[in-house]
Design a protein around this ligand. Structure first.
Ligand SMILES: [Zn+2]
Length: 130
């Protein structure tokens, strides 16, 4: 990997670690064990894999994020943990839902998470800290 890309990845990693700590505290998610991976191969902005039984989660962020996007994405992914009951319920119901119904459910979760992210970043984001 070229040096500049490596430095960029390191910057995203450090920002992500910082915001992860910050938002784990705000959202009171310290019961979770959350590992972080920044990957240059990852095409989306971020994702989080959750294991509700053991409260383990693995967050993956794209190394291609802009520094100013990192806090938003970290907060967004953590909110998926905060509302864990919903996706957990979807998992339980999965066999009884059509693919289309499951997709509606997932889209609704995304919408809720995105709205909460906007509100929380406005309240607690770096730009607004004094
Ligand atoms: Zn999401």
């Amino acid at each position: 990997m070229p040096r500049r890309e490596q430095e960029k990845k390191l910057l995203i990693q450090n920002l992500a670690k910082y915001y992860l700590q910050k938002w784990i505290e705000i959202l009171k998610l310290s019961a979770w064990q959350i590992s972080l991976q920044v990957s240059e191969k990852f095409k989306n902005s971020g994702k989080i894999k959750r294991d509700y039984r053991y409260l383990h989660a693995k967050m993956t962020l794209s190394a291609g994020l802009l520094p100013e996007q990192v806090e938003w994405i970290v907060c967004h992914e953590l909110l998926h943990l905060l509302i864990e009951e919903l996706p957990n319920l979807l998992f339980v119901l999965k066999e009884r839902l059509t693919a289309q119904e499951a997709e509606l459910f997932s889209n609704a979760e995304e919408g809720i998470v995105e709205r909460l992210t906007k509100i929380l970043i406005e309240l607690k984001g770096e730009q607004n800290e004094s």
